[in-house]
Design a protein around this ligand. Structure first.
Ligand code: LLP
Length: 447
């Protein structure tokens, strides 16, 4: 069973070495678990389940850790991992920029007061409206992801005030936890391959547009990368391209955005990307690769999403049914599932769970924690280790729930998306209310 330390470790990002729980996690008497000083069973009683809690201090600590580890770099939080106004405030206050990839993310962040200058707009299919909005709000940088986008954006921009852009390149480095998120190689929809000259051609066309100012290159290798090596390989490839650009155009590009993809531990003992190693090795390799080509070292940008928000989130579900199969399998069905967390069904992502709100001395057994949706594939956690006396009414807490769960949540079976709380210093405040059937009905405008 997952244990939770009662005292923080030297690394402020962890409650215990290898623990997936936020540093604030405290086991309380009676099987209760507190996050940010708020008891999970207590919160479940007050706000209902499924419930998502965001540990504000954990998120801020993680954001700050990036600033400290990479003081010379610009750290942009990837909003796609999870965005709401409070999160926009927290990352802005911690001095991060923001990576947005839709008019929705852009507008929500702008409405929350996030400075557009500190935003980077991504997307392989930006609509004309999105581009216009980005220019109107004066977004800091737009990442070019296709040749057709270059004249389209240039036509909207004005030469007197050129739009800063980055060109997204594919260094040919494969990394990431699943084929669906490996974006550093050719053969998928993003970016321009360096091999074969597509990236160089994109650079050529951008430089020919007076309305665009090429600030640098961008790459995003993939997600949930736990080794530094792929980033180093990408730097070598990109430095060679930067040298080629200088040779052809006489320009040295001032920025290099290495994207995100920094892996976290979802289960006890799993590897994660070591931020200190990443900072040290990437900085050194960039300096060395640039020195080799006689280039000035470009300013580094990074775009972590999961590593900032993932471990700050905890999901709480109530067990609605426990079924004992004839083959000895135990299924515990909870009141959420693939509608609030599609990651296990999409990528085979593995999680851990812990009984909260009740102490149990029963031996741990393997339990398949399944969702409530009408698909046999709606399995949240196969073979979770949970007490043999697990029963309806029990509460299960799942750590590392902050990234790509709520942001990918759906309206499947009209169950409604969960409420989101911020917890801090023993206080819980609701950030997003639960989605109800009234919300679904309100969207219907005809019959
Ligand atoms: N920058 C760009 C251009 C990206 O496309 C992404 C993620 C990030 C930064 C942030 O990556 P992170 O540090 O959060 O890994 N739904 C998948 C992950 C998709 C990631 C898409 N792009 C999952 O749940 O694992």
């Amino acid at each position: 069973m997952t244990t939770v330390a009662t005292a923080p470790t030297a690394d402020p990002r962890h409650s215990a070495p290898g623990s997936p729980w936020p540093a604030s996690a405290r086991a309380l008497p009676g099987g209760e678990l507190a996050i940010g000083g708020v008891g999970l069973a207590d919160a479940a009683d007050r706000f209902g389940t499924p419930l998502y809690l965001l540990d504000e201090a954990e998120l801020r600590t993680r954001a700050r850790a990036y600033r400290t580890a990479l003081p010379h770099a610009e750290v942009c939080y990837a909003a796609k991992a999870f965005l709401c106004s409070a999160v926009a405030d927290w990352v802005a206050e911690e001095g991060l920029g923001l990576d947005v990839c839709s008019a929705g993310e852009l507008r929500l962040a702008a409405a929350a007061g996030f400075p557009a200058q500190r935003m980077i707009l991504h997307g392989n299919a930006k609509s004309p409206e999105e581009l216009r909005l980005a220019l109107r709000l004066r977004v800091g940088r737009i990442v070019i992801d296709g040749l057709a986008e270059i004249p389209r954006l240039a036509a909207l921009a004005v030469a007197e005030e050129p739009q800063r852009v980055l060109v997204r390149v594919l260094p040919g480095v494969a990394a990431g936890h699943h084929a669906a998120v490996r974006t550093g190689v050719a053969g998928q929809k993003f970016g321009f391959p360096i091999d074969g000259g597509d990236a160089a051609e994109a650079v050529r066309r951008v430089l020919a547009q007076p309305g665009l100012r090429l600030a640098g290159l961008h790459c995003h290798l993939g997600s949930q990368i736990t080794e530094v090596a792929p980033f180093l390989a990408a730097i070598d490839r990109i430095a060679a391209l930067l040298a080629g650009i200088r040779a052809e155009h006489g320009v040295e590009l001032p920025e290099l955005d290495l994207g995100g993809g920094h892996g976290v531990a979802y289960r006890p003992g799993e590897p994660e990307l070591d931020l200190a190693d990443f900072a040290r090795l990437v900085t050194a390799r960039l300096a060395a690769a640039c020195a080799e080509h006689g280039l000035r070292v470009p300013r580094l940008l990074v775009e972590p999403g999961r590593a900032v928000v993932g471990p700050a989130g905890v999901a709480v579900y109530r067990v609605l049914a426990v079924k004992h199969g004839t083959d000895g399998r135990v299924f515990a069905a909870v009141d959420g599932g693939m509608s609030d967390n599609p990651r296990p069904a999409l990528y085979g992502s593995r999680y851990t769970a812990r009984l909260v709100g009740r102490a149990s001395t029963a031996a741990p057994v393997a339990v398949d924690v399944v969702g409530r949706h009408c698909e046999a594939g709606d399995v949240l956690i196969p073979d979770a280790e949970l007490p043999a006396d697990l029963r309806p009414g029990d509460l299960l807490a799942v750590p590392v729930a902050g990234a790509y769960q709520l942001s990918m949540a759906s309206g499947y079976n009209l169950v409604g998306r969960p409420a989101v709380l911020a917890v801090r210093d023993g206080r819980a405040r609701q950030l997003i209310r639960r989605e109800t059937v009234e919300d679904f009905l309100r969207r219907e405008v005809g019959r």
